[in-house]
Every structure is written in structure tokens, then in C-alpha cells.
Design a protein around this ligand. Structure first.
Ligand SMILES: [Fe+2]
Ligand SMILES: [Fe+2]
Length: 367
């Protein structure tokens, strides 16, 4: 995340800059309001504005006002935080009218600054995610290919993935809603991780097929309303290799990703997963994403041996583990992204709530 820090006091500017860089932010500095305006316009990577209010040539307020006049809010996502040396209520009211995200009063308390920046980062990511979803929705309504997802990805392939996922419903009731939730959650986490839009779109479509190997049966195990025997559980593990085998004959960039996901989405970061016991970066990022959201989704769903768990309990298990799960099972960056997007993840679960099947099947017997 790139920050534009506009502060006329060179000592404060240097200290803040060092602190932010230490925290992993990329920082560009400006010495006054006009400099801030010009630097923001020249660098599209800047997403957070940290503006001193009182500065020579133009104040922080004037800089933001000018930016708002030229930038269409739909096209550029950013948040503005103001630094002020006093509690000048007029300036604060003006800043609020301009859509200020937060205020920091001098002397700046480091914890407050970092907290506000992390909230601004969350807000920016959520805006990106919403924009991405809207662009997909609008493209569907207009019958066009979503922007930025053009090129090798066609509507046809998206539809094919979706049809295949819905087809699997016949063999494993309830799987349709499950794959749609996984697809949306995987997109949400991918966007949070900052993957490029084209890859995010590929992951969204490819993850619809993560459990496609279940078409290879044995269906009676997946639909059994009882706890599986150890032998039966071993059998369910085959859906990973079966899925990959089913997809390997297609020469298509989305299917390539789908094949990876199908094969590796039960691999654990610490090497304790299946089918190959891959470890760390041997597991593709797309499979690591699906693994984490799949585990969350399974915790939220009914199982013959336990009731569905509420959102906060599922999150707690992901973070602290239980007798089956361990935080070491997950890619650390993916787990962090999932946590920071947890409200959105919960909303997706609610949007595609499982249809009440009147039974508790073993859709994903691993949880
Ligand atoms: Fe699976
Ligand atoms: Fe699954």
C-alpha cells in the first residue's frame, strides 16, 4: 500500500516517513499542498493520503478538494487522513465534508496512526473488491466480458465452469451453493492479497471446479448422513487426484489453474495434507487460498458429527486450531488476508447460505 505523506515540517516528515517505511508501507513525500496534489496525480499507486492541514501554498484541505474535483471517485480508490496540530473545528468540519477518513492530532501517537492506517487499508481493499464485483455484474448484465478480465478468459469458459459445478449437484447435493461460496470467497481473498485482476478472475472461475473430482464418486460416501469410517474417509481424498485428472486434457489458462486447485486444495502449509504432502511454497497460491476458504466454509456447515459453527467460532478455529485444524495448515499471508476480510467472508456465506437439505451430508468429509 502506497502512502503520500504531505507535511511541511521537515523533521516530522522525515520521522513519519521512516516509521511508515519500517511498517512496510511505500511512502512518497510532499512538502506542501500543491506538491501533494501534483504527486498524487502523477502516481496511480498512491492509495492513502496522509495530509497535514496547515501547509504553505495550499493546505491539506485545498489539496484534497482539488483532487476530489479532478478524480472520479469510481475510478480511483483512495482514503485521506488528516494530521492537525490543533483542534480547529472549522478545518475538521471542512475535512469531514471532503470525506476525510480519520484525523490524527499532533503529537502523533504511533499506535493511533498505525490503527487508522490499517483501517484505511481495509476500507480501500473492500472498495476494490466491490468495484471488481460490480464490474463483473455489469459486464454480465450488458452481456460483455468483464473489464480487465478480457483476453484469454471468455464468458464461455466461465459459464462452462459454472455448469460443471452445478452438474456436480446431481451427485453431491448442496455442492452448488458450496462451490459458489468458495468462488466468491477465493476472489475476495485474492483481491486482498493484491493479486492482479486477471489472476483474481481466473481464481474465481477455477475455484468453482475445486471439488469436480467428486463426480468420480463414490457418491454414496459424499451423501452419507453418518460419520465416515477411516477407509471411507481415505476414499474421499481421491477427489483431488480425480479432479486434476479430469481437467488435465484441456489446454486453457483457467483450466490449468483449476487443475492445480483441484489437486492441491487439501495440501497443508506444514506438509501434513493430501494427496502429496506438499509443503509451503510447493503449494500454489490459488490452491492455498481455496484451502483456507474451503476450511472456513466447512466449519460453517453441518456435519453428521457436529452442528454448523457460527462465524466467530470458525474464525477462532482457523486462528487457534482445534483437534483437527491447526493454523500451520494455512499459508500465513492467506490466513491474514482471510482474517482482514472476515466481515466480507461472512457476508458471502450469508448470501449463498446452504439450502436446508434436511440432512447433514459429508460434502467435505475433512471437516
Ligand atoms: Fe475438496
Ligand atoms: Fe470443497
Amino acid at each position: 500500500m502506497k502512502i503520500l505523506l504531505a507535511e511541511d515540517d521537515s523533521q516530522v516528515r522525515t520521522e513519519l516517513r521512516e516509521l511508515l517505511v519500517e511498517q512496510g508501507y511505500e511512502v512518497t513525500t510532499a512538502i506542501d499542498g500543491i506538491d501533494a496534489f501534483e504527486k498524487f496525480r502523477a502516481d496511480e499507486m498512491i492509495e492513502i493520503l496522509l495530509l497535514d492541514i496547515r501547509m504553505p501554498r495550499a493546505t491539506g484541505l485545498q489539496a484534497l478538494d482539488a483532487i476530489k474535483k479532478i478524480e472520479s471517485p469510481k475510478e480511483r480508490v483512495f482514503e485521506a487522513l488528516f494530521i492537525t496540530g490543533n483542534s480547529d473545528s472549522n478545518a475538521i468540519i471542512s475535512a469531514l465534508k471532503l470525506g476525510a477518513f480519520a484525523f490524527l492530532f499532533k503529537p502523533i501517537v504511533v499506535e493511533d496512526l498505525l490503527k487508522e492506517l490499517s483501517e484505511a487499508t481495509d476500507s480501500i481493499n473492500q472498495k476494490h473488491y466491490r468495484n471488481f464485483q460490480n464490474s463483473i455484474r455489469n459486464a454480465k448484465l450488458e452481456g460483455t466480458t468483464p473489464p480487465k478480465a478480457a483476453g484469454s478468459m471468455t464468458d464461455g469458459m466461465g459459464a462452462t465452469s459454472e455448469i460443471a459445478a452445478i452438474g456436480a449437484e446431481h451427485y453431491a447435493p448442496g455442492i452448488e451453493q458450496h462451490v459458489h461460496r468458495i468462488s466468491e470467497m477465493a476472489l475476495c481473498v485474492s483481491v486482498r492479497l493484491g493479486l492482479d485482476p486477471q489472476q483474481c478472475q481466473k481464481i474465481r472461475l477455477a475455484s468453482l471446479l475445486h471439488d469436480i473430482g467428486k463426480l468420480g464418486g463414490p457418491t454414496d460416501i459424499y451423501t452419507a448422513e453418518r460419520t465416515l469410517t477411516p477407509e471411507e474417509f481415505e476414499k474421499t481424498k481421491e477427489h483431488t487426484r480425480l479432479g486434476a485428472a479430469l481437467l488435465e486434457h484441456y489446454d486453457d489458462p483457467i483450466i490449468e489453474v483449476a487443475q492445480n486447485i483441484a489437486l492441491q486444495h487439501h495440501e497443508n502449509w506444514d506438509g501434513s495434507g493430501y494427496p502429496a504432502g506438499l509443503k509451503g511454497d510447493e503449494i500454489s497460491i490459488e490452491a492455498a487460498i481455496v484451502h483456507a476458504v474451503d476450511t472456513y466454509d466447512n466449519l460453517r456447515s453441518h456435519r453428521p458429527y457436529r452442528a454448523a459453527l457460527p462465524h466467530h467460532v470458525a474464525m477462532e478455529i482457523l486462528v487457534s486450531g482445534d483437534e483437527k485444524s491447526n493454523p500451520d495448515h494455512f499459508h500465513p499471508g492467506v490466513l491474514q488476508a482471510l482474517l482482514s476480510q472476515h466481515r466480507e467472508i461472512e457476508a458471502i456465506y450469508e448470501r449463498y447460505r446452504p439450502i436446508d437439505l434436511g440432512s447433514e451430508s459429508n460434502l467435505e468429509a475433512s471437516y
